[in-house]
Ligand binder design. Structure first.
Ligand SMILES: O=C(CO)[C@H](O)[C@H](O)COP(=O)(O)O
Length: 151
């Protein structure tokens, strides 16, 4: 897969570790920043960058690493066409793909250790969307996103 990845200042070490792992697995990983320079950064532009790439097809999926990940989750889900999941355990990670067809995974580097983060990312990439009634619900979410009435 073509994966766009970003991290703020809290997620740089985890981002580097995930890039190494995903590249070794055969993915094409595009590191969109931030880059290790000791500066603090604002996460919304980073989220906008990778989410824009998912929406316009330059990336298949995106990974966003923050401190808690909560603000990143909010930012990503403001972008039309993005379904971002905050994944800090195996159950919600699997559901974010199987039920929600998440196209962005958000991780808090201050919440998870690196080994669990790797396990979560592997599970996220290896879980298929189930479709069926879940597709109907995603269609309803898309209506909400466009400000259209739910039918
Ligand atoms: O996870 C985050 C947002 O949800 C950020 O990493 C966090 O808010 C950064 O804060 P600070 O610059 O004070 O370290």
């Amino acid at each position: 897969m073509r994966i766009a990845i970003v991290a703020d200042h809290h997620g740089l070490a985890l981002k580097a570790r995930l890039i190494t792992r995903l590249t070794a697995q055969g993915h094409e990983v595009d590191d969109r920043g931030a880059h290790a320079d000791g500066m603090t950064v604002d996460y919304p532009p980073l989220c906008a960058d990778v989410c824009g790439r998912v929406v316009d097809g330059r990336a298949d999926r995106a990974i966003v690493v923050g401190g808690s990940g909560m603000g990143e989750l909010i930012a990503c889900n403001k972008i039309r066409g993005i379904r971002a999941g905050l994944c800090h355990d195996l159950f919600t990670t699997e559901i974010s793909r199987a039920h929600n067809d998440a196209n962005v995974i958000v991780i808090g580097a201050k919440v998870l250790g690196p080994e669990l983060a790797e396990e979560i990312v592997d599970l996220w990439f290896n879980t298929r969307f189930k479709g069926g009634p879940h597709q109907q619900r995603l269609d309803q979410i898309a209506l909400l996103e466009r400000g259209e009435p739910l039918t």
